[in-house]
Design a protein around this ligand. Structure first.
Ligand code: SF4
Ligand code: SF4
Length: 390
């Protein structure tokens, strides 16, 4: 570490990452007004931007770890400032100095596990494909229609493994020629990057890119909007350009091509939660709704905070590895919004959203009132109602 002050390092980091727009902040506070943290506790990203511009950022404070990178405030800033970039740059400095308050130490262990085993969950690399061992899923080979990139949570987390299984059943029902990378798959690295560990992100990205190239991958199907964001936007920094589709887009394609017919009923009142990295960060709002509308008997109801104003679940930006007290979880507010519009199913398509909603559902005693479903689980139920899946 050289003798450059933390302030200069932050300024240098942000400028290296794409500009000096943060210097144009005139402290209007619009970012704080829209930030979901201010519904559960006081927090000011405006102050963090000001510290980065005029003062010495205090890197030991818990507040520098709060931003979930939900994407709401950059879209509202009248001066074109991206407060996310400022926050992530300060986290990079904290990571370099190894300064982690107790509630965010999960980031440090996630980084270690990512560096050693390619996943943030402390699981063994060799077990990455175990979820698929009884499903007859093929290893990906050049010439296949699409690579199904499962992601860490789909590979290891028991709740999200159900999403991976539903995805496989749908792909089989539609006759898609696909394969997985199994133990050769690494975390995409999106969230550890937002948590400030650029070095681990770059290592994961380089390994994945080499694996994709070695296997002749051209098209990648993902379940997670975070993987989508990494492959579609961030891996371009490495001068590669793989075609990536999120499952909500691919399902629409399969239906349009007549390969998937959703004839079985799902007679439930469903509301759609737009994940931040699917919606605000990548503009995918219509495709999942179009799929849901095709399912007989399904009534789609909308929450008032939807599309561009969708409420964050709280899991982005590496927050999924940090501790958040029950009373401060955005996912609890979102669950209440879903119940308010009379939904009995809260549907989404992101492993972090599903994990957070499932936790809040149990913590709030809502297990009987509302179910959390991935889009694929609803589609699979529709297929099963017509006997089209096992
Ligand atoms: S909205 Fe933009 S200009 Fe206003 S305080 Fe936030 S970062 Fe600064
Ligand atoms: S990106 Fe979202 S969580 Fe982060 S400061 Fe902005 S509004 Fe708050």
């Amino acid at each position: 570490m050289d003798t450059v002050s933390p302030l200069k390092e932050v300024v240098r980091e942000i400028e290296a990452a794409g500009g000096d727009a943060f210097k144009y902040c005139f402290q209007c506070g619009k970012c704080d007004v829209v930030c979901p943290w201010n519904r559960v506790r006081p927090f000011s990203i405006r102050q963090i931007v000001r510290q980065a511009t005029f003062g010495i950022p205090e890197i030991e404070l818990e507040d520098i770890w709060r931003c979930t990178t939900c994407g709401t405030c950059p879209s509202r800033c009248p001066r074109g400032v991206d407060p996310i970039q400022v926050g992530v740059s300060i986290r990079r400095i904290a990571t370099q100095y190894d300064v982690f308050p107790a509630s965010v130490r999960g980031v440090r262990s996630a980084a270690h596990s990512l560096a050693s085993d390619g996943n943030p969950l402390g699981a063994k690399r060799g077990d990455r494909g175990a979820w698929a061992s009884d499903l007859g899923v093929k290893p990906f080979a050049e010439g296949m229609e699409i690579l199904y990139y499962v992601g860490c949570y789909g590979s290891y987390d028991p709740r999200i493994q159900k999403v991976a299984v539903a995805t496989v059943e749908i792909l089989n029902a539609a006759g898609v020629d696909f394969g997985i990378l199994g133990t050769k798959e690494n975390c995409c690295g999106e969230s550890i990057r937002k948590a400030g560990n650029e070095e681990v992100f770059k290592g994961l990205a380089r390994e994945n890119i080499k694996t994709f190239i070695d296997h002749g991958v051209r098209r990648i199907l993902v379940s997670s909007p975070h993987c989508y964001h990494a492959f579609a936007n961030e891996y371009r920094e490495f001068m590669v350009n793989f075609e990536v589709v999120h499952i909500s887009q691919f399902l629409g394609e399969l239906i349009e091509e007549g390969r998937l017919e959703l004839a079985g009923a799902f007679p439930r009142k469903v509301t759609w939660h737009d994940p931040c990295y699917l919606g605000r960060h990548n503009g995918i709002y219509d495709q999942p709704r179009e799929v849901l509308k095709k399912i007989p008997g399904l009534e789609l109801v909308e929450m008032s905070e939807r599309r561009e104003t969708s409420l964050c679940c709280g899991g982005g930006g590496g927050r999924i590895w940090m501790e958040t007290p029950k009373a401060e979880r955005f996912s609890g507010i979102r669950l209440a919004q879903a119940k308010e519009v009379g939904a009995t199913v809260l549907a989404t398509s992101c492993p972090y959203c599903i994990g957070n909603f499932e936790d809040s559902r149990l913590a709030l005693g809502d297990a009987e009132k509302i179910e959390i479903k991935d889009l694929t689980e609803i589609v699979r139920a529709s297929l099963a109602a017509r006997g089209a899946t096992p």
